[in-house]
Design a protein around this ligand. Structure first.
Ligand SMILES: [Zn+2]
Length: 442
């Protein structure tokens, strides 16, 4: 049993993002959280060691609801282009050439290092070689929701791929600790998986009772070209027809939504994952977050991959979500408050994953995932509201991170993992050579 005492503690109980406990304490072990409250009110046995974080706010572990971890190796590989050009000229050719188990392992390690250091304790990943991602995450001690990415390369292998994605989910349950590896079905998008594939994923998800992760309405170009090639139908309508549009669907981006479509998200209970930095960088559009929240839609936060962000910090993502959320529909400075942004990065992420009974808040009985954020830097002072400081100030620094009651980051140092710079440099040289060769040819 251990105890952490912090100057401020945000429990986020049942998604309440406004309660801040001054001089709070949490008692926990590796099973779960035992007690939470004001230090003066909670009884602590004399044998329990208490660690005191005198200048910190303790918040639930951050949940990155949409990323492609291994793409950290492509950070800065292709900037300042449209989503369509970025995918077709940059990402897909390089992935075809390079992606393999070793590449995914190295990229995932790099991503996990950054995610832990910035307070993420659970992430949802969509990429190839998901077995490697699962293994790396479990070994390091960060929670991951993943499954093999399903895309139709028009090679006649789509259904074989869906078969192997399903087989992999069974293997995940046999090989991995279910507290660390959460199996999901990863369908890339409606424009990369035809309707017979989507229908199949829908049936399998229903039978397995698992959640489905997809990119949806990510840019105007995508929406227009989908409708042009599908008799005027939208991707969202296709999902409804295929039976995928339900409360187990986790839809990333959703930047192009009509008023009617917004209401459909509320009606069907579909989860939206907002990725503001990636959407801004690719000029994809802006998700109408506050309008969706007002309709009762669950909206969580994701960084997307480091090739379109170019970082994986949920602190930065919260700041962008709060700032960008105010500029939609002519502007509303009360939209997406800093408190709402923190709820999107914690509780709402847990709801997206169907795990709000285990993660997303600091409550007795839940897994002990939390983050101590140091607010003592002069560029954070003075602190009137610690949530405002961690979302809007630039000086908030993640100092310590616990996953399952075990410390994974101590005073900014990620424990139990090291990044081999020479290995990263070797792959960077190969990527540079590939890029130069392609640019000469294009
Ligand atoms: Zn993505």
């Amino acid at each position: 049993m251990k105890a952490i005492r912090a100057k401020w503690l945000v429990p986020m109980t049942d998604g309440d993002c406004d309660t801040i406990i001054e001089d709070g304490v949490v008692i926990f072990d590796t099973e779960c959280i035992k007690a939470v409250g004001k230090f003066s009110d909670v009884q602590i046995e004399s044998y329990v060691p208490i660690q005191h974080f005198e200048n910190h706010v303790l918040v639930p572990g951050l949940i990155n609801s949409h990323t492609h971890a291994a793409m950290s190796l492509l950070r800065g590989y292709g900037d300042d282009m449209s989503l369509h050009q970025w995918l077709h000229d940059c990402v897909w050719p390089v992935e075809k050439e390079f992606v393999g188990p070793d590449y995914v392992k190295l990229g995932t390690e790099l991503a996990i290092y950054e995610m832990l250091r910035t307070g993420t304790t659970t992430f949802m990943d969509q990429y190839f070689h998901a077995d490697v991602t699962a293994h790396v995450a479990e070994t390091v001690g960060i929670r991951v929701a993943c499954g093999e990415s399903i895309l139709d390369f028009q090679d006649g292998r789509l259904h074989a791929k869906i078969d192997s994605a399903i087989d992999q989910l069974t293997l995940f349950s046999q090989r991995h600790d279910s507290r660390y590896v959460i199996p999901i079905l990863n369908t890339h998008a409606c424009y990369t998986v035809p309707e017979d594939g989507l229908e199949r994923v829908s049936q399998e998800a229903k039978e397995l009772g698992c959640r489905v992760h997809i990119h949806l309405h990510e840019s105007k170009h995508e929406c227009d070209s989908y409708s042009d090639t599908h008799q005027g139908k939208s991707a969202l309508e296709t999902l409804i027809e295929c039976g995928l549009f339900n409360d187990r669907l986790m839809a990333a981006h959703c930047v192009q939504l009509s008023e009617t479509e917004r209401r459909l998200f509320a009606q069907y209970g579909v989860n939206v994952i907002h990725c503001p930095k990636s959407n801004l960088k690719l000029a994809s559009g802006i998700c109408p977050v506050q309008a969706l929240l007002d309709l009762g839609v669950n909206v969580s936060l994701g960084t997307d991959g480091a090739c379109s962000n170019n970082g994986l910090s949920m602190l930065s993502e919260m700041q962008f979500a709060a700032l960008v959320g105010k500029s939609v529909n002519g502007g509303d400075s009360t939209a997406v408050s800093c408190h709402t942004a923190l709820r999107m990065a914690t509780w709402n992420g847990a709801v997206t994953l169907g795990m709000s009974d285990r993660i997303g808040s600091i409550e007795p009985g839940k897994w002990a995932d939390f983050v101590a954020i140091d607010l003592s830097s002069p560029d954070c002072l003075p602190v009137f509201d610690p949530i405002s400081s961690l979302v809007y100030s630039t000086g908030a620094r993640v100092s310590d991170v616990w996953v399952g009651g075990e410390r994974r980051v101590r005073d900014g140092d990620v424990l139990a993992m090291r990044i081999d710079r020479s290995e990263i440099e070797r792959i960077t040289d190969r990527l540079k050579a590939f890029k130069a060769k392609r640019e000469n040819r294009l």
